[in-house]
Design a protein around this ligand. Structure first.
Ligand code: PDD
Length: 284
């Protein structure tokens, strides 16, 4: 049973309890992060904490900790867990209060940090690619906030589970936004295309890494809106997230993407990503 952090205490997961009136439970009134950790070294921690600050500001919650405090807390959780590779889940809610939509006058935020085992995507998913479906993006208009109220994402993800697929790619007003729990890139005529950050998608930390690596690899790249037609005609489609890293989508809505195999740019990007991870693990 892993050790977790809850409101100032380190304790076994099974002993961690939150009051039922917590606004995270009642309203989904809270924000979260998932931080990958490789060989016990947090990956892009500063960037994850900066995105947490953005989410907290957006929902008008004060940050309960400064960056140094968060870092110390996360390091302690990571050190206590049994796995070298982890996904550290971190959640801040507006805390317990009598049920009322309006913010409570006095509220004590609930802070929870939990380690989870992180396993790299299976070799078959990397070598063969994965299948995905598309669906209308029916989420709210603040998808840039990493909010714990994930009902729309949960329902959209389940559509792909029901179809035996790895992800649901979301389309809004004829444009690609992202996946139910990942960002999406396409390759078209040798150019990597990435939907621009906006209120319509989560600004992925892996998304930023992939754009940086694309520049290093000299891969032509454009950050601009991607149409549904471009998605459907793409030579390559990629998913990125902290847990999926970079994966190729080789079937979309039951049709092959490109020649139905992970493309050459995906292979270069995947290799570059693995190399970059190794640098981080060595402390670079
Ligand atoms: N989700 N878009 C959505 C809607 C996401 O939920 C995620 C990640 C991403 C990718 O962001 P990043 O590269 O920073 O992981 C994009 C996490 C992993 C989750 O909810 O478990």
């Amino acid at each position: 049973m892993p050790t977790v952090y809850l409101n100032g205490q380190f304790l076994p997961l099974e002993e961690a309890r939150v009051p039922v009136l917590d606004r995270g439970f009642i309203f989904g009134d809270g924000v979260y992060e998932v931080i990958p950790v490789y060989s016990r070294r947090p990956f892009r921690l500063h960037e994850h904490l900066a995105r947490l600050q953005h989410s907290l500001d957006a929902v008008r919650l004060a940050n309960p900790h400064g960056e140094a405090e968060w870092t110390a807390l996360i390091e302690r959780i990571v050190a206590a867990a049994e796995w070298p590779d982890q996904g550290v889940y971190l959640q801040v809610t507006r805390g317990p209060a009598p049920r009322d939509h309006a913010f409570p006058k006095v509220a004590q935020a609930t802070v929870f940090v939990m380690p989870m085992e992180l396993t790299a995507p299976p070799e078959a998913a990397v070598d063969e690619g994965v299948a995905a479906i598309t669906a209308a993006d029916n989420r709210w208009l603040r998808c840039d906030i990493k909010a714990v109220s994930l009902l729309a994402n949960v329902l959209l993800r389940q559509l792909s589970v029901d179809a035996g697929c790895a992800e649901t790619l979301l389309l809004r007003d004829g444009f690609l936004t992202e996946g139910s729990a990942s960002n999406v890139f396409i390759v078209r005529a040798g150019t990597l295309l990435a939907p621009p950050k906006s209120h319509l998608m989560l600004p992925g930390i892996t998304y930023d890494v992939v754009l940086e690596l694309a520049a290093r690899l000299g891969l032509p790249c454009q950050v601009r809106p991607v149409t549904e037609a471009e998605l459907r005609a793409a030579d390559e489609v990629w998913l990125t997230s902290s847990t999926k890293e970079v994966l190729a989508v080789t079937r979309l809505d039951d049709r092959p993407v490109g020649d139905g195999r992970p493309g050459p740019r995906f292979r270069r990007m995947h290799a570059a990503y693995q190399e970059y991870k190794r640098t981080v693990m060595r402390g670079g």
